[in-house]
Design a protein around this ligand. Structure first.
Ligand code: ZN
Ligand code: ZN
Length: 357
């Protein structure tokens, strides 16, 4: 199953004329080999994929790792350099965005005449297109969101603290089989809704407010990320209007998604829709981010994005309007790009919903 995953890495060897690729980033290691532990290294060459770890992980690696070879080291970088010398690697690519400078210095100082090629953009697409097994995990994580919210919905009412809602959601997700929370949950009610990253506080919910809940979990290492905004009883016409504008912007953006389209263009669809209704100054962040083994990964949908949609890419579509002193709305779904459009992975309905008091 994982064989196809080294294809992109091996193509890089070719394109960048490298003898080996040194992979230290855990999500990349998991993607390439299935290893879910928290320390290890992978070396990819044209002939073989080699996984290296210390003795704490050898048993786990034998159980989990799909690779041609599993080796144990005592000192990580010595183990890596021994292997690279054995295979006579002269040009080695590394993950320039994540390899600590001090580690690179050691490699350079001890590596003799090995030439170290920093790779950044070239690695971004490595995990860009999700395969069927990855989509299954993403869908299961999204299903946990549906069921957890169903459990917690009755307690989303006036007089309850934001942080208690966040905590109950976390419990519910874990009970269902979620591996962890995907990030610090946002529960932002009333005026706090104007904070795009308003992590749950001890504020009490009040009637007549909107409450924005941004939450998710992990399954098989893959994340869910979804935002709902509810009305606590009747809300002002202005808040209701904002909701409808954000929902329309989200739908417009989703309609624009198909293979080949620029994600800057998808972002612009939502942004123009919000601007046309007079709220252009109140949508400050990008439209969305890739999602997979990391909760924020390639690609990006924003006014500065240079990424193009490809079939199998998974990213969030999350426009919002945030008005200081009034409140805010964000609506977020995760989508996968299909052959001729996109399909939602997250499942909670996003129509305007008034919770009874
Ligand atoms: Zn989110
Ligand atoms: Zn998100």
């Amino acid at each position: 199953m994982l064989e196809n995953r080294t294809f992109g890495a091996r193509r890089l060897l070719d394109e960048c004329k490298l003898d080996a690729l040194l992979i230290c980033n855990l999500p990349n290691i998991r993607y390439l080999t299935g290893f879910s532990g928290t320390d290890g290294v992978v070396v990819v060459t044209a002939q073989a994929v080699c996984f290296l770890c210390d003795s704490r992980y050898t048993t786990q690696a034998r159980d989990q790792v799909v690779a041609d070879q599993i080796r144990e080291y005592k000192v990580k970088l010595d183990g890596v350099l021994d292997l690279l010398r054995e295979i006579n690697a002269r040009r080695v690519g590394f993950e320039a965005d994540v390899l600590p400078y001090a580690v690179w210095e050691t490699l350079r100082d001890k590596g003799g005449d090995i030439f170290w090629e920093p790779l950044s953009r070239q690695l971004r697409g490595l995990r860009g297109r999700k395969d069927a097994a990855e989509l299954e995990c993403l869908e299961q994580a999204a299903q946990f969101n549906v069921e957890a919210l169903d459990t917690v919905l009755p307690m989303i009412r006036p007089g309850v603290r934001e942080c208690d809602i966040a905590l109950e959601l976390e419990f519910a997700l874990r009970r269902l089989g979620g591996e962890d929370r995907a990030f610090d949950f946002i529960v932002a009610s009333g005026e706090r809704g104007a904070l795009p990253h308003g992590v749950a506080s001890d504020k009490l919910l009040q009637a007549g407010e909107l409450v924005t809940v941004d939450f998710g979990t992990r399954y098989g290492g893959y994340h869910s990320d979804e935002t709902v905004t509810f009305a606590l009883g009747e809300v002002s016409a202005r808040l209701r209007e904002i909701y409808e504008v954000v929902l329309e912007a989200q739908q417009r953006a989703m309609t624009a998604i198909r293979p080949g389209v620029s994600l800057r263009q998808v972002d612009a669809q939502a942004r123009q829709c919000i601007a046309a209704r007079g709220f252009g100054d109140y949508f400050g962040h990008g439209l969305g981010h890739g999602l997979g083994l990391e909760v924020h990964e390639y690609p990006t949908a924003s006014p500065r994005s240079e990424d193009l949609a490809e079939e199998g890419m998974v990213f969030s579509v999350e426009p919002g309007i945030y008005i200081e002193g009034l409140g805010g709305v964000r609506i977020e779904d995760t989508v996968v790009v299909t052959a001729n459009g996109c399909r939602k992975i997250t499942r909670i309905p996003k129509e305007f919903k008034v919770l009874s008091l």
